[in-house]
Unconditional design. Structure first.
Length: 354
């Protein structure tokens, strides 16, 4: 019996050491003398286990919230702003989106990956922000309340109509970039075709090259072909999306050469030379126009503001009183003349050859 007790005590001590060095401690019920004590200990153990489970669940929820916030922050601010506006003004936004015709086509042409209702929500948010900014600015300039409200009204409609025409502006800019890079892309394709490469592989090479918007459009064209569209359908879709006369000429020549045969490399190279010559001629005309507009720009930005200030000071001295309030003078000098300068710069920019 003594030997058996010694062996039993040794095994118990060995088991205790094993439990102490274990990675996760094992909760054991205390050896109570009564059933009530063991039940109380069991309830306490269950409470501890439930609290640990709650802590684990809370940690998982916190991790999920942090991951969601991380993805939300990584998304563009415009998209998050549009989602917030759509959340609070879903009814008016959906009715406005259904009433605006051609918005989905404009977004598609501009390559803006946003549903029409979300973009309308963004339009509404920008309009509200413009109205608030105009009202606060007019109020800080000590303008009458009616004038401030009018400026806010104009700011609202100005921001709304600007955002409505923004996809068209982006589309025209993309068309300009495509036309500008067209000669280089056509020479690239002509060189590959003359080396025996197929037309699809040549388009893929241009898509992987760094030609800006035209590389992006060729990549979208190849994506349409991988999704089941034929080569002719993908090219026709690209032509309709651009809406450009030069792009239409290229697409028709490629389709005609593929359908009826012909030396496509020579055709593309000849078209690239024609586009380059047309661009050089337009550039010469543009430089001549800019030389004439430069004098008007210098007069509007330097001479006219100086003459205006001198006239105001001379009139005030003769009248022995200010003929124009300082607030109005500040608005004219800070906004009117810079706005005229921006209009001239915009005219010069629009006249740039494409």
């Amino acid at each position: 019996m003594g030997i058996a007790r010694v062996i039993t005590d040794f095994l118990e001590r060995l088991g205790g050491k094993t439990i102490e060095v274990a990675e996760t401690p094992v909760k054991r019920l205390p050896k109570g003398k009564s059933v009530q004590e063991r039940l109380r200990a069991l309830k306490e153990l269950q409470k501890e286990i439930e609290s640990e489970k709650k802590e684990v669940e809370q940690e998982k929820e916190i991790e999920e919230i942090l991951e969601w916030r991380k993805k939300e922050i990584q998304s563009p601010f415009a998209e998050r702003f549009a989602n917030a506006m759509l959340r609070y003004f879903r009814g008016p936004v959906e009715s406005m989106a259904s009433s605006i015709k051609g918005l989905d086509k404009d977004l598609y042409r501009a390559n803006i990956l946003m549903p029409p209702d979300r973009y309308v929500a963004l339009m509404l948010g920008v309009a509200i922000f413009s109205a608030l900014f105009g009202f606060i600015f007019a109020y800080l300039m000590y303008m009458p309340l009616g004038t401030s409200a009018l400026i806010a009204f104009l700011g609202f409609f100005g921001g709304f109509f600007y955002m409505r025409h923004y996809p068209k502006m982006v589309w025209k800019r993309r068309v300009s970039e495509v036309e500008r890079a067209m000669p280089y892309a056509l020479r690239h394709m002509a060189a590959l075709l003359s080396a025996g490469v197929g037309i699809t592989e040549a388009i893929l090479s241009v898509a992987k090259a760094d030609y800006g918007a035209i590389s992006e459009e060729f990549d979208l064209m190849l994506r349409d072909m991988r999704m089941g569209s034929s080569f002719e359908e993908a090219l026709t879709k690209f032509d309709e999306k651009m809406g450009s006369e030069n792009v239409s000429r290229v697409v028709k020549q490629i389709l005609r050469a593929v359908k009826f045969g012909g030396n496509l490399s020579e055709i593309l190279y000849k078209m690239a030379e024609d586009f380059s010559f047309e661009y050089r001629m337009k550039l010469v005309e543009y430089v001549q126009k800019v030389n004439g507009i430069a004098f008007i720009y210098m007069f509007m930005t330097i001479v006219l503001p100086t003459m205006f200030v001198v006239g105001i000071l001379a009139g005030s001295v003769m009248a022995r009183a200010l003929i124009m309030p300082p607030q109005t003078l500040a608005v004219v000098m800070l906004f009117a003349f810079p706005a005229m300068s921006l209009i001239i710069v915009n005219m010069i920019k629009k006249g740039e050859p494409r």
